[in-house]
Each structure stands twice: as structure tokens, then as C-alpha cells.
Design a protein around this ligand. Structure first.
Ligand SMILES: C[S@@+](CC[C@H](N)C(=O)[O-])C[C@H]1O[C@@H](n2cnc3c(N)ncnc32)[C@H](O)[C@@H]1O
Length: 270
């Protein structure tokens, strides 16, 4: 059966192959996905029955860390691998609290970029560019990034549920180091990352299944994830589960979805 291309899918998108962004959108209840993405999401959910809970816990962490950083004076966010917009995107959380905040989104997925462009059309403080985290310098040097963000001032770099899409050959530690090197003191690194520490069997099945999509998953250990923060001051409570990080930032809005698949941390560049 051939899939018909809907209006929101740009020309050139391969709608016969699953994509991580669109499978994640489906898991979160979104509508920007195709049958191939839903099929992958269903198979991942068979392997990990709590998948949707992990995804929601990750989104709730995104919103809590945004509020936390705003309270520490951060007014610039660079959300890398931002995904297909879901509820509670960074600019929505930030602009509701601090209207002078600027948010730059980057994703490699054309559907994520196209849908973000639509949502951001009337939001001058935010923009999206198509970019590859593995070419971080190009992202920082992009004229759109430079017109929105002042790299001489602190920036919070958000790398949520994306570093586990980087293989060891991609050298994600070098990617993160080079990014942070170019940012001003007082900048923050935020990471959430899947791990096999608590559910090794489920994690292994997910890694296997994800090989069907162009972005195979590479789960890492707690110590591997901690290494991303080398040279940074990790804020309390250190590296912990996304569903446990600074619950007081919630304002009681998000029910605590327990998750023991994604670890997270926030580090400040001295
Ligand atoms: C699981 S989603 C996470 C979305 C969002 N960060 C969140 O935590 O809710 C991972 C996203 O990373 C994007 N991605 C994967 N590899 C990438 C790369 N090399 N450069 C930029 N984005 C990438 C995917 O397209 C997808 O939208």
C-alpha cells in the first residue's frame, strides 16, 4: 500500500521509512506521523510497555528544566533535536514567564522543521533551522542562529533524548565539548539520555528495533552519561531519572510519570 503524502510533509521526505521524530510524535499522541512510524512505535512499545510514560516524563523534565534555568537568569535556549512540536515546547514555557527569552530550535527531520516553522511563524523570539548535531559548528555559525542568539551571553543547550541517537563513531563527547567550548561562561548543558541500567532486556530490544529507522539508539550507562558533563558544574541533585529531577518546578501541572529509562542532568559552564 502506498502512503499518500499529506500537506504537512515536505517534498523529499521519505514516507516509506520510519523516522525517530515521527515515531516519538505518535507515542506522545501527535498526528504528524505515517503508518511506518506508527508500526515502529507499536513494536517499540511491545518491547517497552512503558514507552509513552518515559516519553511524557522526558517532556515534563524539559518543561521543568526550562523553568529552573529561567529562574537562574538564562534568557537564551538552543534546543537541539527539538522534534515535532508537542505540548509545552520551550518557547511556550519560557515566553509565558519571561517574554524577552529567545529560543532557537534545530532538527534534522524535515517534518519537525516544517511543522515548527508553522508554529513559530508569529513568534519573533523563536526560530527553527534544519541542522545536524554532528555538525555543531554549522549550527552555531548559521546566520539565523547568530541573528537570534548572542553567543557572548549565556545560552542553555538542550540535548534531550538525542545523544542516544549518536553512535560511538559519531563521538558525542567531542560534539558536546566543541559546542560548550564556543559558549560563554554561565552557559548550561541539559541532557536526557536513555540507559540500560534498570531495564537491560527492554533496552536491548529497543536498540535492536531502532535499527529499522535511520537513527539507531545507543543506550549508555550512568557513568557514560555523567561524562558528558566533564568540565561543568553539575547542579543538584546530579545525574538522576527524568521523572525525579526538581519536581518542585512542576507547579503541580504535570502528573509525575515515573520513568527509569532516561537519566538526565544539568551542568553549568564555569
Ligand atoms: C526522541 S526525539 C526528542 C525530541 C525532544 N528533544 C524531546 O526530548 O522531547 C529526538 C529528535 O532528535 C532528532 N535528531 C536525531 N538525530 C539528529 C541529528 N543528528 N541532528 C539533529 N537532530 C537530530 C530527531 O529528528 C528527533 O526529532
Amino acid at each position: 500500500m502506498t502512503t499518500t503524502r499529506p500537506a504537512w510533509a515536505p517534498e523529499g521526505v521519505d514516507i516509506e521509512r520510519p523516522a525517530a521524530a515521527r515515531a516519538y510524535d505518535y507515542v506522545l499522541g501527535g498526528t504528524h506521523n505515517f503508518e511506518v512510524d506508527r508500526e515502529l512505535a507499536r513494536r517499540l512499545t511491545e518491547a517497552t510497555p512503558d514507552l509513552a510514560q518515559h516519553a511524557r516524563a522526558n517532556r515534563a523534565f524539559l518543561q521543568r528544566c526550562t523553568r529552573y534555568l529561567l529562574r537562574r537568569g538564562v534568557r537564551q535556549f538552543l534546543d537541539l533535536g527539538s522534534g515535532i512540536p508537542a505540548s509545552g515546547n520551550v518557547h511556550e514555557v519560557a515566553l509565558a514567564v519571561e517574554p524577552d527569552t529567545r529560543v532557537m530550535y534545530v532538527d534534522i527531520d524535515p517534518v519537525a522543521v516544517a511543522h515548527s516553522e508553522q508554529i513559530l511563524a508569529d513568534v519573533p523570539q523563536s526560530a527553527i533551522i534544519h541542522g545536524d548535531l554532528r555538525k555543531a559548528d554549522e549550527i552555531l555559525d548559521n546566520p539565523e542562529t547568530r541573528s537570534l542568539l548572542d553567543l557572548d551571553q549565556p545560552v542553555a543547550v538542550l540535548l534531550l533524548a538525542i545523544l542516544h541517537a549518536m553512535s560511538d563513531a559519531d563521538d558525542p563527547y567531542d560534539i558536546v565539548n566543541r559546542l560548550m567550548d564556543r559558549l560563554a561562561p554561565g552557559s548550561y548543558l541539559v541532557v536526557s539520555h536513555s540507559t540500560f541500567e534498570r531495564r537491560p532486556e527492554e533496552a536491548r530490544k529497543m536498540e535492536e528495533l531502532s535499527k529499522q529507522s535511520p537513527t539507531a539508539l545507543r543506550m549508555r550507562s550512568r557513568s557514560d552519561i555523567t561524562r558528558f558533563f566533564d568540565g561543568l558544574e553539575v547542579v543538584d541533585p546530579g545525574i538522576t531519572w527524568v521523572s525525579q529531577w526538581h519536581l518542585e518546578e512542576d507547579g503541580g501541572v504535570f502528573a509525575a510519570d515515573q520513568s527509569d529509562m532516561l537519566l538526565c542532568g544539568v551542568g553549568r559552564k564555569p
